[in-house]
Design a protein around this ligand. Structure first.
Ligand code: SF4
Length: 407
């Protein structure tokens, strides 16, 4: 019988106690494996990256699935594999093409890491995906979880997996009542996952494990009545499944204020390309200044400047800058950015890239679809493309101003 810990936190076994957790019982481990894999055989979703055991496809899918839902990833995955069907094709591709294929998924560092991993496989493994755990862990962007996914799904190696779904399931199975993100919690969950993954059939087990978290043991109101392992779940037995996992609330996002200018000249607008070593490296955007709060994108010019002066410093031109035409809000890492968009008109000067920028271009709005744009810039471009006809969206606070003044 599990000992109940002191009141005040989700009740479960005492983490200090070795004997109270079910994963230490080999017969429990055996039952969970069997029930889970049997259920998976009947209930799993058909997903494009499950069609075969190609480690490259598995790596692409797992890199895409970090912080993104399965539904969102499916079209990207198919397009990306159509564009870069092999490790060699991805390694040889232009980085801008890779970012373009990734555009909209966010976390662009992942796209760069994926391409870097492909280049390592070509350079160091003759283009053949390694099956050695150390070689896989050494690939850029591959941590313990993704290595476990590739090793078990592609090569059926008994590598454990702890990610968003499985850590929730595990914490409920064990009725783990401590903060899920704590180092001790993570160590304990990896330990349990290591006990659970079988020597043979590791890939099926891990996929079943993740699928249970995605379909049944969901974050809020887990579907215990249809759960294939309900009889083995300590949280369910103790009636605490709605209070586990314990997750410390995230700190409130930090507010950031920025302004950008859509500078028009003869039917074209000015876009600038960001330089290396910065968030959204090599992405295109409208000239943008940081106004207040933290500066996650490194846009500060060292001193407060108005937007016309910012445009002069960033692009070397003078421009008439109108009032705020529209305000967009979006999240960047732990920040919440308020972006004020101004219409502007070129007055003089030939453009040259300023601090932190490597290129610039005058383009018609409709041509910007071919550029690599972050999600926020794409929203602005979409608005500009449809401007006068649409009312402001729910996140957008200002309405539309009259069209650009004639040049
Ligand atoms: Fe999750 Fe409920 Fe199943 Fe336990 S019984 S694993 S809480 S769905």
């Amino acid at each position: 019988m599990a000992r109940i810990s002191r009141p005040g936190r989700a009740r479960g076994p005492d983490p200090e106690s070795e004997g109270d957790f079910p994963d230490r019982d080999p017969s429990w481990v055996g039952r969970v494996r069997e029930r889970l894999v049997n259920w998976y055989g009947e209930a799993h979703r058909r997903l494009p990256w499950r069609e075969d055991r190609d480690p490259y496809r598995i790596l692409v899918s797992e890199m895409m699935l970090v912080q993104t839902t399965v539904t969102a990833v499916i079209p990207y995955f198919s397009r990306f594999l159509g564009r870069f069907p092999t490790v060699g094709a991805l390694a040889a591709a232009d980085e801008a093409d890779v970012l373009k294929a990734w555009e909209g998924l966010g976390y662009y560092r992942r796209a760069r890491q994926l391409q870097a991993a492909a280049r390592v496989i070509v350079a160091e493994h003759a283009g053949v995906f390694p099956d050695d755990p150390e070689a896989i862990r050494a690939l850029p962007g591959v941590g313990r979880y993704i290595a476990g996914a590739v090793l078990s799904f592609a090569f059926d190696r008994p590598a454990p997996i702890v990610e968003a779904n499985t850590q929730r399931v595990l914490s409920r199975w064990l009725a783990w009542g401590e903060d899920l993100k704590a180092t001790r919690s993570q160590a304990r969950l990896w330990e349990a996952a290591g006990r659970l993954v079988p020597e043979v059939g590791a890939g099926s087990f891990n996929q079943a494990f993740m699928e249970l978290g995605a379909l049944i043991c969901i974050p809020r109101a887990p579907l215990c009545l249809t759960c294939p392992v309900a009889g083995e779940c300590l949280s369910r037995r103790l009636g605490v499944q709605d209070r586990i996992p314990v997750v410390r609330p995230r700190p409130a996002p930090k507010e950031v204020a920025e302004s950008c200018a859509v500078v028009a000249r003869g039917g074209r607008v000015l876009v600038v390309q960001r330089g290396p070593g910065r968030l959204w490296e090599r992405f295109w955007e409208f000239p943008t200044i940081h106004r207040s709060g933290p500066d996650p994108a490194g846009r500060s010019l060292g001193e407060p400047v108005d937007l016309a002066e910012g445009v002069r410093r960033l692009a070397g031109i003078s421009a008439w800058v109108g009032p705020v035409a529209r305000t967009f809000r979006f999240g960047v890492t732990t920040h919440r950015v308020t972006m004020e968009v101004h219409r502007a008109t070129w007055l003089g000067g030939e453009p040259a890239p300023g601090p932190g920028l490597v290129d610039l271009a005058w383009e018609p709005i409709e041509a910007l679809g071919d550029y690599t744009l972050g999600a926020s810039t794409r929203r602005i471009v979409t608005w500009l493309g449809s401007e006068a006809s649409e009312p402001p969206g729910p996140d957008d606070e200002a309405g539309l101003d009259p069209p650009f003044p004639p040049i």
